[in-house]
Design a protein around this ligand. Structure first.
Ligand code: ADP
Ligand code: ZN
Length: 606
């Protein structure tokens, strides 16, 4: 098992519970594997497929994913193939005869194909190592990636009762988990649940000031030459932003559902293949993007909930190297997302859930404490420390101010106006604005009228958001979004607690701040600290990689990963034996590319 890891993949140790899953599968057991993106799910079924007699059958929902996996496996010398609707029937016939002859260790198929009766009959004549169901959450009718054909996959347990099955997904909330177990008939399976933290992703969140400038400043400081994804809410904004980035010297391409299909495909391919492309996209972009070296994901608009945010930011740094998730948010986004919900055709019950989820992500943005801890908590996981050391709040002390008095004013204003008004109205009262509504409700005579003039409207907004986020106020979603007091409010009104509000920081990447090297600027840790000379070698190796990739028409990262580049620069192997110690270079890659690599390194030594 260890030997296969080293020989075929060039890795020297297993991650997390890969070993346990593999053992369990080799012993014939079923598994449900929940691991975050980049956690290394594929090896859990790839290695047992190589070790057990027969062919491993992998059900995968997307043609692009299958193709990428198969190319990557072949690069490692693994005998893999796929069958889907993109193939001609003679190609399918060839692959089937190879499978029959035992020449294939891993066969990827679309669920539609697998469930065809003649295909099932074919499988019954073969020796099968295992069934793997990738992206198993596609079986969930409530999820966002529902694929009706996945529902048919429970048939595998009756038709092939003695073949081990593994279902894998990165979506792990409790209901989805149970749905997978039930619908795939995996009740007896072992569950392997990994922590969902992505420690190499740094979370950076800031209020919008001039979002494009903030983005530009950020990527200029941190991501020269890197690949990244920038998400915007509208197609128009996608186009504009891509254009603008190009005018600033970035290699940016737009991507949204309104574009013509070929162009879109072309841009996606370029993003996968070339180094250093920034794709500016609506959320239509991403599903099935397996590129491991996306160094940053930026959101110029607030995602609609933390689930989307986590999934989209999760596309950064699948290779485990330091990566950034950058988000700017503003009142406009919040208003827009609220009106999307209001105007959608969904049932009121669903709308309420959506509003609650929106409130949670707003709260996340306003948070003065560790963002990773908050994310983990939201997803029902724990982070062992209250300081992760890798989010903006942990890296810099957040300026806070003692807000008890302001909080008391805000809460009593809610109380005095009978707990039914929204933020705009409440702030008007606090600031002593004499408008028609206030006069008609008689609120110019209450004790809280005009008692909040020491703070600006913006500061009051932030106060109300933070009070709501911390549970001192609740939004009445069933009514008109008015604020009301909660159980907890009493603590503040009685002055029993301390409350610290976050100052709206002037962030390093706000357009006005000139000081790039301010302590707010998170420094990127490029794996080994590279000296000038090594940097040169790194670039040479990278150029060689691109060249090899172009010759074969495959993405550069499939030749080898950035981590392998780092490892090469670190070890500077002089011969094949030393090459064997390099991360990610197994027997096949050594044979295929060893000579080229050693030559580049030898030249560099001169
Ligand atoms: P997932 O499917 O869970 O998102 P992958 O299976 O694509 O993740 O793995 C992510 C990357 O990590 C791949 O490039 C994979 O080859 C690599 N990887 C997986 N397991 C290991 C390991 N034990 N050591 C080193 N690299 C690994
Ligand atoms: Zn943190």
């Amino acid at each position: 098992m260890q030997a296969v890891l080293q020989q075929s993949f060039g890795y020297d140790s297993f991650w997390g519970f890969q070993r346990e899953v593999i053992d369990h599968t080799l012993a014939g057991g079923d598994s449900l594997v929940l691991m975050p993106t980049g956690g290394g799910k594929s090896l859990c079924y790839q290695i047992p497929s190589l070790l057990r007699p027969g062919v491993g059958i992998v059900v995968s929902p997307l043609i692009a994913l299958m193709r990428d996996q198969v190319i990557a496996l072949k690069e490692n010398g693994v005998k893999a193939a796929y069958i889907n609707s993109s193939l001609e029937s003679y190609e399918v016939a060839t692959i089937i005869s190879e499978v029959r002859n035992g020449e294939i260790d891993l066969l990827y198929v679309a669920p539609e194909r697998l469930l065809m009766e003649h295909f099932l009959e074919l499988l019954e004549t073969l020796q099968i190592a295992l069934f793997a169901v990738d992206e198993a959450h596609c079986v969930s009718q409530w999820g966002h990636d529902f694929r009706p054909h996945y529902l048919g996959l429970s048939i595998l347990s009756t038709r092939f009762p003695n073949i081990p099955r593994i279902a894998l997904t990165a979506t792990a909330d409790e209901p989805t988990r149970n749905e997978i177990l039930q619908r795939l008939d995996l009740q007896k399976a072992n569950m392997f649940v990994a922590g969902f933290d992505r420690p190499n992703i740094r979370y950076i969140v800031m209020p919008k000031d001039s979002p494009r400038q903030q983005l530009l400043k950020f990527i200029n400081a941190e991501h020269k030459g890197d690949s990244g994804i920038v998400y915007c809410l509208s197609r128009r904004k996608v186009e504009d932003t891509a254009h603008w980035l190009v005018s600033k010297g970035w290699n940016a391409l737009p991507y949204h559902a309104g574009m013509d299909k070929n162009t879109r495909q072309d841009y996606q391919d370029r993003f996968l293949r070339e180094d250093g492309i920034v794709i500016v996209a609506t959320i239509a972009f991403g599903m099935g993007i397996d590129k491991p070296d996306v160094r940053f994901v930026a959101h110029l608009d607030l995602p609609k909930n933390l689930e989307s945010y986590y999934q989209e930011t999760g596309r950064a740094g699948r290779d485990g190297l330091p990566s950034n998730a950058f988000l700017t948010f503003g009142m406009d986004d919040i208003a827009m997302l609220n009106s999307f919900i209001d105007n959608s055709a969904a049932e009121e019950k669903i709308k309420q859930v959506e509003r609650r989820k929106l409130a949670a992500i707003i709260n996340f943005c306003e948070l003065p404490s560790c963002r990773r801890q908050a994310l983990m908590h939201y997803f029902g996981d724990q982070h062992p420390s209250s300081n992760c050391g890798n989010c903006d709040n942990c890296l810099t002390t957040v300026d806070t101010w003692d807000g008890l008095e302001a909080a008391q004013k805000a809460l009593s204003c809610v109380y005095r106006t009978d707990q039914r008004f929204g933020v705009v109205y409440l702030i008007d009262v606090l600031l002593g604005v004499l408008n028609e509504r206030i006069i008609s409700f008689g609120h110019k005579n209450i004790s809280t009228f005009g008692i909040g003039k020491e703070h600006s409207r913006t500061v009051w907004r932030s106060i109300f958001r933070q009070l709501t986020g911390a549970g001192y106020l609740a939004v009445d979603y069933e009514g008109h979004g008015g604020l009301r007091l909660t159980q907890k409010s009493r603590e503040i009104l009685r002055g029993e607690v301390k409350i610290a509000f976050r100052k709206d920081v002037k962030h390093a990447f706000t357009s006005k701040s000139k000081n790039k090297a301010s302590p707010k600027s998170p420094k990127k840790k490029k794996a080994p600290v590279i000296s000038g000379k090594s940097q040169h070698l790194w670039e040479e190796l990278r150029a060689m990689r691109l060249n090899l990739a172009n010759k074969q028409g495959i993405p550069a990262y499939m030749i080898f990963s950035d981590k392998t580049l780092d490892s090469l620069v670190d070890i500077k192997p002089r011969n094949n034996r030393e090459l064997g110690n390099v991360f990610g270079i197994g027997a096949n890659k050594q044979k295929k590319y060893g000579k080229d690599i050693l030559k580049v390194i030898a030249n560099d030594r001169l």
